[in-house]
Design a protein around this ligand. Structure first.
Ligand SMILES: [Zn+2]
Ligand SMILES: [Zn+2]
Length: 366
């Protein structure tokens, strides 16, 4: 099967995070047809393995593609549009999986490389499902010396033939905070036990943590009193994004400290609930520069990217192994991802495949 047909099949049969049963069955069938060894991983994922003919087989490169779709009703009108009501590949993960398939197919054809390639079709990237964590919980790379984990995302801000790179810190961590300030309801008072005044002070303290490398945004404040009656509590919800894992931990300590001060100052109780999201995506600098040179020598256009505040579970790998996460241009006409009309230019598939294939060979044969 060619890469475009592979992508179109996935596109017309999208499945939500951790429901990728027929996606995994299809991938497995296609890998079987090529004689590529593989096994299930993280419930609905697939881990493929191709050993080279030479070198240390313990040294490996992991190529990762996410495979899940989104709860959207597709409106692109293409022939191969989603056949599943209310589910759509609206983030381009069908393209990522197809490119990985194409790369594995080429590597398998002559296996003329050193070491081992692991092809990871990862489930559950979207909506906080953290498929990468479930993959790593199984410790699938424990017998290997991982030279690189490589992942990509389609990008409609880049034209077809363009690749985007950002050495070092690339994408932010994302943690959801919920803070509930409990005081005394009833007769309004401006000081002690007033949950609204205490919460307002806390919001201002949290706001002061914003910097170049951390965003702490309080996006919801709920206090349901009456004009002449204080509520007993005030609930604040916030999103914290940081570009540095050490800073991420330090800010959490600083939040705890601010909470203690507010509790003492206003004689209130504050409960803090932090829902840990994805960690930062940090690109290995040397690997990124090598990839930029490789893209250039393949005749593609190399673009420097700014840091991005969006989150991505690829960060789970980049915290453990030398990693590279880059962007593949699919043209501005593609529209916005996560919308019902997102339509990447399919010419990007062959380009993405060529680049990932050449990059894998150059890392393996080093
Ligand atoms: Zn997405
Ligand atoms: Zn995505």
């Amino acid at each position: 099967m060619n890469t475009v047909d592979f992508r179109r099949h996935l596109h017309s049969h999208p499945e939500l995070s951790f429901e990728e049963h027929s996606t995994a069955a299809f991938i497995s069938e296609q890998l079987d047809a090529l004689g590529i060894e593989h096994r299930p991983i993280a419930k609905t994922g697939i881990l493929a393995r191709i050993e080279g003919r030479r070198g240390n087989l313990k040294r490996c490169v992991v190529l990762r593609a996410d495979i899940d779709a989104l709860p959207l009703q597709e409106m692109t009108g293409v022939e191969w549009a989603s056949q599943c009501e209310g589910v759509m590949h609206g983030c381009g993960h069908d393209c990522h999986a197809a490119i990985l398939y194409g790369v594995l197919k080429r590597l398998q054809s002559d296996r003329d490389f050193e070491g081992t390639v692991l092809g990871l079709f990862q489930p559950g990237e979207e909506r906080g499902f953290a498929g990468a964590r479930k993959v790593l919980d199984e410790d699938p790379f424990k017998d290997y010396d991982v030279a690189a984990v490589i992942g990509e995302h389609v990008d409609a801000s880049l034209e077809v033939g363009e690749f985007g790179f950002c050495p070092g810190k690339f994408m932010a961590s994302a943690d959801a905070l919920c803070l509930t300030v409990k005081g005394a309801g009833g007769t309004p008072s401006q000081g002690a036990k007033n949950p609204i005044v205490a919460a307002a002070d806390l919001v201002m303290r949290l706001n002061a943590f914003n910097s170049d490398v951390c965003t702490l945004s309080v996006n919801k404040v709920v206090a349901e009193g009456l004009p002449d009656h204080l509520p007993e509590e005030c609930r604040c919800e916030a999103m914290m994004r940081a570009f540095d894992e050490k800073l991420r931990l330090r800010i959490k300590d600083m939040i705890a400290h601010a909470v203690e001060e507010v509790e003492y100052k206003y004689d209130v109780g504050v409960s803090v609930d932090i829902h840990d999201g994805y960690p930062c995506v940090e690109n290995d600098t040397q690997l990124t520069y090598e990839a930029m040179l490789m893209a250039d020598s393949c005749g593609f256009v190399v673009r420097d990217l700014e840091r991005i505040e969006g989150e991505e579970d690829f960060g789970c790998y980049s915290q453990l192994y030398p990693s590279l996460y880059y962007r593949l241009g699919v043209g501005r006409e593609a529209g916005r991802k996560h919308t019902a009309s997102f339509l990447p230019d399919e010419r990007a598939l062959a380009i993405g495949e060529e680049f990932m294939y050449q990059l894998s060979l150059s890392i393996l044969n080093k």
